[in-house]
Design a protein around this ligand. Structure first.
Ligand code: ZN
Length: 227
């Protein structure tokens, strides 16, 4: 997963992605925490991804209780914004969010960044990440600035770039951690994940070989997604 492929995702896929991350074992009612009598509500007038709880009769979607709730912005853009903010240790400006996510106004971008950062700060980044945790590689460093020496003027993406390598870990509640790693080899990546994430968590990564064997440290599951 990278920003470009994320942005090509449609809203239904983005919703499925969020549901998979938030509810790896199926929908859970955010009002009463029951998970055994949840029914999807379909039909023309129903909002996408709406569920009803048979226990408390309340309705909900996957965004209830998150910063994405009641937002008119597409989920894809929210996920991409989380990704950008979590994977860039230098911080992402609202102007950059507006440009990269093609948002309608600076004000929208500013509010989005503000809500995401506020959610990330609700709990300080101490302790281990837990629950469902997405792990992905990230390369930190924006486009070369005008006037930068030509030798530095490479804007290559992915492996082989001269950007700083970082490993981004995102918890479904919105807590995240990212930090530079010396290299993207199996040993470095695996130990970074094991040191940051609670052993009872479910880990989501792409299919790269460097993550093979993570399941041994996370008995509840290591799920992979296609790149
Ligand atoms: Zn309920």
């Amino acid at each position: 997963m990278n920003l470009i492929s994320l942005l090509k995702t449609n809203d239904a896929k983005a919703r499925a992605m969020l549901e998979e991350i938030r509810w790896p074992n199926g929908p859970v009612c955010p009002h009463c925490a029951h998970d055994d009598r949840i029914h999807p509500i379909t039909g023309k007038s129903a909002r996408n991804g709406l569920y009803e709880c048979g226990e408390c009769s309340k309705q909900f979607t996957v965004t209830v209780g998150t910063v994405m709730h009641n937002s008119r912005l597409p989920l894809v853009k929210w996920i991409a914004a989380f990704y950008m903010i979590c994977s860039d240790k230098k911080g992402v400006s609202a102007a950059q969010l507006q440009r990269d996510l093609n948002l309608g106004s600076y004000r929208t971008a500013w509010h989005m960044a503000h809500r995401i950062r506020a959610a990330m700060q609700e709990e300080p980044l101490s302790g281990l990440l837990s629950g469902a945790v997405v792990v992905d590689e990230a390369y930190v460093g924006g486009k070369p600035r005008p006037g930068e020496p030509k030798s530095k003027r490479t804007n290559k993406r992915g492996r082989g770039t001269n950007k700083t390598s970082a490993l981004a870990m995102l918890e479904c509640s919105g807590r995240a951690r990212s930090g530079p790693v010396e290299r993207f080899d199996a040993k470095t990546q695996k130990s970074a994940v094991i040191n940051s994430v609670h052993a009872a968590s479910v880990i989501f990564t792409d299919e790269r070989n460097s993550y093979t064997g993570l399941g041994e440290s996370f008995p509840n599951g290591h799920k992979t997604t296609k790149h």
